[in-house]
Design a protein around this ligand. Structure first.
Ligand code: ARG
Length: 399
């Protein structure tokens, strides 16, 4: 085997499966594993993560700070597209996979690796997102999916890690599978696999209700993107972090849903996305004030399609790219402020909105005296509007 054939860059999270994968690829497959950790705002102790990868047998660990890139290139477009899969899930994990693949490919090129690898099982969406994205960005690279291949149960994986001295931070009785990044947190497994069972409070960590007093935030948008909070300009990443913390402290931003995975399985999912849900709500509200009617309605038809493509792993696809162009064009005048108000217990809502380029015209809308709207024009309009129906109705009567 040449070095290139032997070398693989693995998307490493520091969790049980990817830690076992490092050891597995190294010792069972004779590969040299470069562990790539993408920091996308999940929080974590990178020194411990690095140690763990090395203990498992990685020849090198690369930690990339990709939080700003994630915010700019992935979360930004999702805000613009008001993206929620099946009307609910703001695509937390789905948005991150194409970014991770971008970095896997880059690292593979840098280190002369002929393959990349991920730690997804064969039952989920993430394998689809990794592999379809890899096929788009680097069709020459091999993709290895050790977890899908080995068929170990979770208990067996824990035993395997113990046996080879890999320090993993899970025990057999912390049964949840969690994925987290700047845009939110996903929780699966354990008692959540029974859709009838209410999620126990212990699964939540971004939405613990601790606030005692109402709070308002003014989010300023420019061309569809949030750029300032209460008048303070902030990088998107910081702004999302702040909104997440504030809204989350009201215990708002939870989603409990049964969702249709791409692979044909229905699954019960619990999400906490306080920042994402609040910012999406604010963004959509500002669009109501600034988008012309036809554009607004057509965009609303395309949004679910955008979300579905991203969910299905088609981030790098021609339709998704074309829709991006539509979405970007639609945002030219989505500029203004939205007042987000949080109240105890557990409420968050839009309390007001304003824009220097609003299409809302007080002079047209008002019922007060002195308005600019000539109501006599409506008479002819309404008559012609209803003419077709009236003609049809007259014929019905004649029959
Ligand atoms: N159901 C969600 C999705 O498909 C969450 C997936 C979480 N991924 C994970 N590896 N825990 O996007």
């Amino acid at each position: 085997m040449t070095t290139k054939d032997k070398r693989v860059v693995l998307a490493y999270s520091g969790g049980l499966d990817t830690s076992v994968a490092v050891r597995w690829l190294t010792h069972e497959q004779g590969m040299e594993v470069i562990a790539l950790v993408a920091d996308i705002g999940q929080g974590g102790d990178w020194a411990a993560t690095r140690e763990r990868a090395l203990a498992a047998g990685a020849v090198e660990v690369v930690v990339v700070d990709a939080v700003d890139e994630f915010a700019r290139d992935f979360v930004g477009p999702a805000i613009v597209a008001n993206a929620r899969y099946e009307g609910k899930y703001p695509l937390v994990s789905a948005l991150s996979r194409p970014l991770i693949v971008r970095h896997l490919v880059e690292a593979a090129r840098q280190h002369g690796a002929g393959a990349i690898a991920h730690g997804c099982t064969g039952k989920g969406n993430d394998q689809v997102r990794f592999e379809v994205s890899a096929g788009a960005l680097a069709p020459d690279l091999q993709v290895l999916a050790p977890v899908r291949g080995w068929g170990l149960t979770r208990e067996q994986s824990i035993d395997y890690a113990r046996r080879f001295g890999i320090p993993v931070p899970v025990t057999k009785d912390s049964p949840y599978s969690v994925d987290q990044n700047l845009w939110g947190r996903t929780v699966e497994c354990g008692v959540l696999e029974d859709p009838w069972c209410q999620p126990p409070e212990e699964v939540f960590c971004l939405t613990t209700p601790v606030a005692t007093e109402a709070k308002e935030m003014v989010v300023s948008f420019e061309r569809g993107l949030p750029v300032a909070l209460d008048g303070r300009p902030l990088p998107l990443r910081r702004l999302i972090e702040e909104v997440t913390a504030t809204v989350g402290s009201f215990g708002w931003g939870r989603i409990d849903m049964v969702e249709n995975r791409r692979v044909g399985i229905k699954s019960r999912e619990v999400y906490e996305c306080p920042g994402a849900l609040a910012l999406l709500m604010a963004h959509a509200d500002l669009e109501d004030l600034t988008l012309e009617r036809d554009l607004s309605h057509e965009k609303a038809r395309l949004e679910p399609r955008w979300a579905e493509l991203v969910y299905d792993g088609l981030w790098y696809s021609p339709l998704k790219l074309a829709l991006d162009a539509f979405m970007a064009e639609s945002q030219r005048h989505v500029t203004g402020d939205v007042r987000l108000r949080c109240e105890v217990p557990g409420r968050c809502f839009v309390a007001g909105r304003r824009s220097p380029v609003a299409l809302y015209d007080y002079q047209l809308a008002t019922y007060e005296a002195g308005d600019a709207f000539d109501q006599s024009l409506s008479e002819g309009f309404v008559r012609l509007w209803g003419l077709g129906v009236q003609t049809w109705a007259a014929r019905q009567e004649a029959e």
